[in-house]
Design a binder for this molecule. Structure first.
Ligand code: HEC
Length: 116
């Protein structure tokens, strides 16, 4: 009886662990994305929080959909160098997208008394 309950608990926690991991790989991890953003040098042109700068476009807040980012990053032939899957995996891109999505918007200027 005791063993039975233990097995049930084990099975349940394994299931939770597995679904937890798969949810993370499909939705991306903002924490890993931040690391990939830094490691791959995206920040050099786009800024640490994707705010854009002299060299790169604004990426966040409100990033474009992952499909757009994937197509752009893989195939761009403009001023930004394209990144192949060998350099930057699809999972890295999904994580970077999650990181960009996690960047909060600045306050609305209407909420700053001095600017009204
Ligand atoms: C050498 C500078 C440079 C680096 C490094 C760089 N970018 Fe860019 N990126 C640019 C420039 C410049 C543009 C605008 C280019 C254009 O419109 O053709 C751009 C555009 C983009 C766009 C499209 C933005 C839009 O709204 O159309 C995305 C997405 C993007 N970069 C993501 C990334 C990611 C992710 C990385 C890191 C893996 C990265 N970039 C690294 C310079 C850079």
């Amino acid at each position: 009886m005791k063993t039975h309950t233990l097995l049930k608990t084990l099975a349940l926690s394994t299931l939770l662990a597995v679904t937890g991991i798969s949810a993370q790989t499909t939705t991306g991890s903002a924490e890993k994305g931040k690391q990939a953003f830094v490691k791959n040098g995206c920040w050099q042109c786009h800024g640490f929080v994707g705010q854009g700068g002299l060299a790169g476009a604004k990426l966040a807040p409100d990033p474009k959909p992952i499909e757009y980012i994937q197509a752009f990053v893989r195939h761009t032939n403009g001023p930004m160098p394209p990144y192949s899957e060998k350099i930057l995996s699809n999972q890295d891109l999904v994580d970077i997208h999650a990181y960009l999505k996690s960047i909060p918007k600045g306050p609305d200027y209407k909420s700053i008394p001095l600017l009204n």
